[in-house]
Structure formats: C-alpha cells, structure tokens
Write a protein that binds this ligand. Sequence first.
Ligand code: NOJ
Length: 447
Amino acid sequence: MINFEFPEDFIWGCATASNQIEGAVDADGKSPSIWDANMRDQPEKFWNGHHYNTTIADFYYHYKEDIENMRELGLKSFRFSLSWTRILPDGRGAVNPKGIDFYDRVIDCLLENGIAPFADLYHWDLPESLGKAGSFLNPQVIDDFHDYAEVCFKHFGDRVRYWSTINEPSAMRCFTANDPRFDFQDPACYLTYVRNVLKMHNAAVKSFRENVAPGIAEIGAVSAFVPIYARTSDPKDIEAAKIQEDYVCNVWFSGILKGKYPERLLTHAGLKCDFRDELQAELTACHQPVDFIGANYYYPNTIGYKEGNFLNTELAQVYYAQSDYGFRIYPQGLYDTLMYFKREYGNPKIFLTENGFATDREKHGADLEDDERIAYLKEHFRELNRVLDAGANVQGYFLWSIVDTFECFNGLRYQFGLNHIDLETKKRTKRKSWYYYQDCIKKHRTV
Ligand code: NOJ
C-alpha cells in the first residue's frame, strides 16, 4: 500500500526566476542581462516577436498580490532568484540601492506572510557587461560572482532561509543565452565552462560561511536531474547512457556534493583537452560542503550508443506521452531521480526544486480548467509518496510555477502557472490546479 500522507513539516513551495517573472527590465537602475540584451537586439527570435519589457508577469509591480496569493495557497516557501543587474548594474562595483530595496520588500513581505524565502543567486541572467567580457569562459567571472554573492549575503543574509548558488548549469543553451562562443561539443569549451561554474559555486558557498551567521540559513545548489535510461541492454548502450548521465547531471551533482568529477567522464577518450589533468586537484582545493541539494525533475531521456559525437551517444526514439511543451511525461522518473541521490550520494538532504507542466496558449487559451496539469501533479505526488516511504531524505517540493513564466525563446507561449497571466492587463486568474495544490498542502496528502 502506498502511503499518501506527507510529513507535517514537508516544505511545499513554488519556484520562479527573476528574468522569467519580474519584468521592469530597465526600472530603477537595472541594466540588461544577457537575456534582456538578446530580446532587445533580436526580438524576432522570440515567440510573437515580443519586446522584452512587455511580455512578462511584472512581479516587480505585482509582488504583494502574488505573495498574498501564495499565502492563501498555503505555501511554506517561495523560491525566486535575485537579478544580478538589479543589484549591481555594472556586474561589479557600485550597488544599486533601489535593487536592494526591491528584494528587501519582497523578503519582508514573504516573512510577514509566513513564507520562507528561498533565494537563488543565479538563474541564467548574467550581466550583459560580463557577457561581453568573456562570460563563463573568462575566469574573472568567478571573482565577480563571489563579490556579487557577498553583497547579497550582507544585505539579505539575516532573513533568507535557503540559498542556492546556481540553477541548472546543465541547461547550457539557456545559461549562456545561445552565445556562439560556446560550443559544448568541444571538450575544451565544455570543461572550461564546467570548471569556472563549479568554482563560482564554491566561491559563493565560502562567502556564505564567512558572512551569514550560523543557524540562520542553509546553502545548496540546484541542477536538473535527467534520469537517463539505456536504449537496450546491450553493454554499449548501457555505457552510453551512463556517460551521458555524467555529462549532463553528475558532473554537477558529484562536483557539488563530493568535490569530485565523475571518473568515467574525466577519463573518457572523447573528452581530451590539455588541462584535463589539472581539474580534479583544482576542485579538491576549492570544494565547499553544502547543506542541501536541489534537483529539478521534468523528464527522462533514453540514450543509445552511436559513433559520431565526442561521447558516442545519441538520443533514442522512444515513445512517451508529452506535454504541449514537448517535455516527456514520466512520473516514475521523479522516483528514479530522488532514489539516485539516496543510492549514489549517501542520501543528502534534498529538495525537489522544480517540477511542472505547461500548456500551449495558442492551442488552449488561458486553460483555466487545467485537468491535465492536475493529473500530472497527482501522478508525480504519488511518486513523491513512494520516495518518502523508501526513506529518501526529501524535505520539500517546489512547483514550477506560481504564475505563467517567460520561457526563453518561447516567451509566454507555454503556460506553467497555477495562476494564468493575461498578457495585456497582467491580471492573475487562479487555475483549477491552484485549488488542487491548495488542497494537497492543507491535507498533507496526495488528494
Ligand atoms: C528549468 C528552469 O530552471 C526554468 O527556468 C524553466 O522555466 C523550467 N525548467 C521549465 O522549462
């Protein structure tokens, strides 16, 4: 029998990111991030050619209403990200008091409503100036990130409950905003990126320990976990699936949790570059333990062996039901993901920091009667019940998202929100799934 109950202190949350909900891209001293710059310069690349300042939920102006909505929903924690260029418009140097003031107000409002703030330092919106200066390929970004993190800890460290350094570095196209300097099929480029991002993470954790009083908060990092299944039981397919899982997932999770590059990946014949032998010693020297890990689970992949790319892998054509967004729907992947941490990483404290379902605005309009999302959530919650029963140390679930979010080049076409956003008026309307989630939270069980 599956036990459908959740522990009373289970943390039910919602997750967002600054560049996906805030809007106000040039208000009160904010300067452009790499995403803002993309939208400013190439609006034709985005859904409906929308201009960057007009197509978003405008949380910057609606945060009180949204936090009131979260309180009514019963949320225990709200995961949001801080916008680097709202706080440090030049990417480094002078602090923008109005940027600090905005996050002060958001954090205080959350606390007044009994919701624990969960702040991500970085969710894909690198300052445009740092993008121009070499982005993640220039090691200077490590010191810049450290200094930015320090500003955040000093200003908000007395009130934020959970911190995360980086979000989903594996979503490399988004992390680098499709910058043509990044070629992730080139081992030297891939490893430079990984090396610098892991150093950024560790530099921020070190600063956290130095600047935030013990006991006030915890720090971790968030990445996507994509469980990778082998196409067949042929040993070559099994090996291909494992190396792909290392390339996409374990390079981050092992790097962060153990301070170790996955051996299989680091010694892979296809991953040669002239600094490969230095990487492990560097990581050992800067590694900082974290208090928890965040895993985002949306879909699995199935991989087979094929000579061609540098890892000799290919995506297998396997049938899965899909959401409008093209994400494969496989609830058991959530179980496999969370059990992976129990098995391979010694059962660390873990939050499922993202999971959610999108429908197409063009096909379904506002989709207020979103029964498909409810069915999706129900199945994923059942897997969460199973994982808890199996003893995995999962302490919270964050649904993506509280409102419709801006999804990279797809803009607001695909709707992930418990609240629909009207593009013209920005009016919020609760979807049926909002009530479903409220009921689960209230009853502490999958309903
Ligand atoms: C994961 C990312 O962290 C988030 O930014 C994105 O919106 C969701 N995936 C859904 O695509």
